[in-house]
Write a protein that binds this ligand. Structure first.
Ligand SMILES: Cc1ncc(COP(=O)(O)O)c(C=O)c1O
Length: 382
């Protein structure tokens, strides 16, 4: 049997991890905020990166077959055959989304999102000086297609160009959008001329109870563009390299990305991400099984120790979206939990106004740490 992936003890993590997750707060704080995993590394990735360092292969990125490796993974995992010849590389997913959104909209123009949604989308939109327009998910965490229809109609009145940032699957709720929902989205987007950018970074992290649908496989999505990498599923945020996958009618747009942008991926990122996609499938399947057990453990602990709190059981991702409003922790429960319980989670309000009173908790860690986190949250409640 393969060794466990999510069993690194707390004292080892504190001693050995130097990334921001472990270094932002003091040693008394349990960090479950940013989307990094407390995972042991995928051996195929660790070996590929170590071998490149040892042989002095430390220059600029060449073509390591990264796009072909994604195409093969997509075929094997999701029955999708994207044309790897039309993909381009970018530094990371957010950089790709920022540059593409800039190309597809005007300065000050509308970019629609469905909160609660990945908080960095707001920063990306601000950084390129566009306007956020919110069309929240339903209370069940699903795309609200009627609201998207009216929102798209409103923002494109007078011929204004608009984009929609889709988180597929959805951070922070873990929603796996269904093929029917995505087909309906493609239809309303096409009807109003809104360009869809689908961020699919969490796609390999879907639990067996749901089915992932790549946006570009649904009818009518041809003008859409997907941006992705193995950064979340293989824990490679420090090894930057992402891929932009244009729909059939979006190739000319993607070709307009400046060479400076498409030169941005690092050689080590490309080596690592390629190894993950090519040789890391069994590893990620095991990871998803371990995360699934953590997901159940967390749901049980929340039910037992945090009566009144509402956990939206994620269909994907290692992120749990918790409504803590009934617990009386205030509008910024993240700050309260840090102060009282010494546990760092992401405050819900940063994911859009509808997230007020919620927190996002990262459960990609050992079951012991999940238990300790819930105990600390419970001890913070009056
Ligand atoms: C939905 C989503 N997109 C993008 C990112 C960041 O990706 P990158 O580091 O490649 O920009 C994250 C990180 O948590 C994420 O959750």
């Amino acid at each position: 049997m393969a060794p466990r992936i999510l069993d690194v003890p707390l004292d080892t993590l504190r001693r050995e991890r130097t990334s921001i997750k472990w270094r932002r707060y003091g040693d008394d704080v349990l960090p479950l905020w940013i989307a990094e995993m407390d995972a042991r590394p995928c051996p195929a990735v660790a070996e590929a990166v170590a071998a490149a360092t040892t042989r002095g292969d430390t220059g600029y990125a060449g073509d390591e077959g990264y796009a072909a490796a994604l195409a093969e993974l997509a075929r094997a995992e999701w029955g999708w055959a994207p044309a790897h010849g039309s993909m381009v590389r970018v530094t990371d997913v957010l950089t790709g989304i920022a540059h593409l959104t800039r190309l597809l909209t005007e300065p000050g123009g509308p970019v629609v999102v469905s909160p609660p949604v990945y908080n960095a989308f707001y920063d990306v939109i601000a950084s390129i000086e566009r306007q956020v327009v919110e069309a929240p998910l339903t209370a069940e965490g699903r795309l609200d297609l009627d609201l998207l229809d009216t929102t798209f109609a409103g923002v494109t009145a007078d011929g204004v160009r608009a984009a929609y940032l889709l988180s597929n699957p959805h951070n922070p709720t873990g929603t796996v959008h269904s093929a029917d929902e995505l087909t309906a989205l493609a239809e309303v987007a096409a009807r109003h001329g809104v360009r869809v950018l689908s961020d699919e970074i969490h796609a390999p992290l879907v639990y067996a109870t749901s089915t992932f649908t790549p946006y570009l496989t649904v009818p009518g999505s041809e003008r859409g563009i997907t941006v992705t990498s193995g950064s979340k599923a293989w824990n490679l945020a420090g090894l930057k390299a992402a891929l932009v996958v244009p729909g059939g009618d979006a190739r000319a747009d993607v070709a307009r990305l400046h060479p400076f942008v498409t030169f941005g991926a690092s050689h080590f990122g490309v080596i690592a991400q390629t190894a993950a996609y090519r040789d890391g499938r069994a590893w990620v399947h095991q990871l998803v099984d371990e995360l699934d057990a953590n997901r159940t453990l967390l749901a049980d602990l929340v039910r037992e120790q945090l009566p009144g709190a509402r956990l939206l059981l994620p269909e994907s991702t290692y992120l749990a979206w918790l409504d803590l409003r009934p617990l009386g922790l205030g509008d910024r429960p993240g700050a309260t939990l840090l102060e009282r319980g010494r546990v760092a989670v992401s405050d819900g309000a940063t994911f859009g106004r509808v997230g007020t009173g919620h927190v996002r908790l990262n459960f990609a860690t050992s079951p012991d740490i999940v238990r300790e986190a819930v105990a600390r949250i419970a001890s913070s409640v009056d």
